[in-house]
Design a binder for this molecule. Structure first.
Ligand code: 8YV
Length: 323
């Protein structure tokens, strides 16, 4: 039988997946975000052959302490919190969980499109706080989603799933920008690739579904927001740092933008003092893109499979291409 190896789990896993690892390897569970578990994490790191993480930053310093590391298996599709050059230099495998979370994340993004366009959170509070004392007047009307133009920046799996919802479910015109040119399955002739300038100028709602990289950090700033249609809506289901948040606040306060739906923020959890949290025209969610019981279990299952395969010397199901 293959030798038992040491695995450090620092992202909560469901018991059934933890048992899959414990059956063949020696597991330490320690969340470095919890002060009472940090010393256990630090002690286990140097001898760990495999890590299971998620959004916790795995920088070059942490990797330098992981002297025995062979593979990191992330319970996430985004990998911007990993020091990719250091992983590449060390020949450490990085696995992630694409695919399994695509539809759920697209659902969340579409929920934000509906919530911002139809002012759902604001109006639900209107009822909950006992202010519904007469028929809703024009001052509380929302705006239609169906038939509008949706601009998707980042046309990968999640962006294409959002496009299918828009074009096939809501009769929307879909524009997209990004590296991919191929028509997405089910969208033949229903999504048009345009420049980002044309997308910003032509979209009623702009959705961000691109990865955070050094090229996309701060991509949506003052000039991009000013290039958007007056009264447009911005929805970010990607990573907070793609948007310059001070410019977003200025665009909302100047009435340039109608609303913003944000599931991600430059700093998470969103600090209590952040003006984004209580802004009347921002619908803020706590990074729940993939956060359903079914999908998070599916992500944990795939991450566990990736780890077991890598430690057994097999090619993992979802290897991130480090180049
Ligand atoms: C979070 C996500 O990673 O998959 C991603 O990239 O943004 C989410 O699924 C979450 O931290 C998963 O644990």
């Amino acid at each position: 039988t293959a030798p038992r190896k040491k695995v450090l789990v620092f992202r909560e896993l469901p018991p059934d997946q933890l048992e899959r690892i414990r059956a063949v390897h020696d597991v330490t569970v320690a969340n470095p975000r919890k002060p009472e578990q940090l010393s256990r994490f630090d002690e286990a790191l140097p001898s760990a052959h495999g890590l299971i993480g998620s959004s916790y930053p795995v920088d070059a310093d942490l990797l330098a302490r992981a002297a025995s590391l062979e593979v990191i298996s992330s319970v996430s599709v985004g990998v911007d919190n990993y020091a990719l050059p250091a992983l590449r230099e060390r020949g450490i495998l990085l696995c992630h969980t694409p695919g399994v979370l695509t539809e759920t994340t697209a659902d969340t993004i579409f929920a934000l499109i509906m919530a911002t366009s139809r002012r759902l959170v604001e109006l639900a509070l209107h009822v909950r706080e006992g202010r519904w004392d007469r028929n809703i007047g024009e001052d509380l009307y929302g705006w239609d989603v169906h038939g509008k133009t949706l601009g998707i920046i980042g046309f990968g799996r999640i962006g294409q799933a959002v496009a299918r919802r828009a074009a096939l479910g809501f009769n929307m015109r879909v524009l997209y920008s990004g590296r991919r040119d191929a028509e997405a399955p089910g969208l033949e002739g229903k999504a048009t690739r345009v420049t980002m300038e044309a997308l910003l100028a032509g979209s009623d709602i702009v959705v961000l579904t691109l990865p955070l990289t050094e090229d996309t950090r701060g991509l949506i700033g003052r000039s991009e927001l000013q290039a958007m249609k007056p009264g447009a809506i911005l929805v970010n289901g990607a990573r907070g740092a793609i948007v310059q948040e001070d410019a977003l606040l200025d665009a909302l306060n100047a009435g340039q933008l109608r609303a913003a739906g944000l599931d991600v923020f430059a700093s998470e959890p969103l600090p209590l003092a952040s003006p984004l949290r209580l802004h009347p025209r921002i619908t803020a969610l706590p990074h729940i893109g993939s956060a359903t019981h079914e999908t998070r279990h599916g992500m944990a299952e795939l991450a566990t499979t990736n780890l077991l395969q890598a430690l057994a010397g097999e090619r993992p199901t979802a290897l991130y291409p480090l180049g």
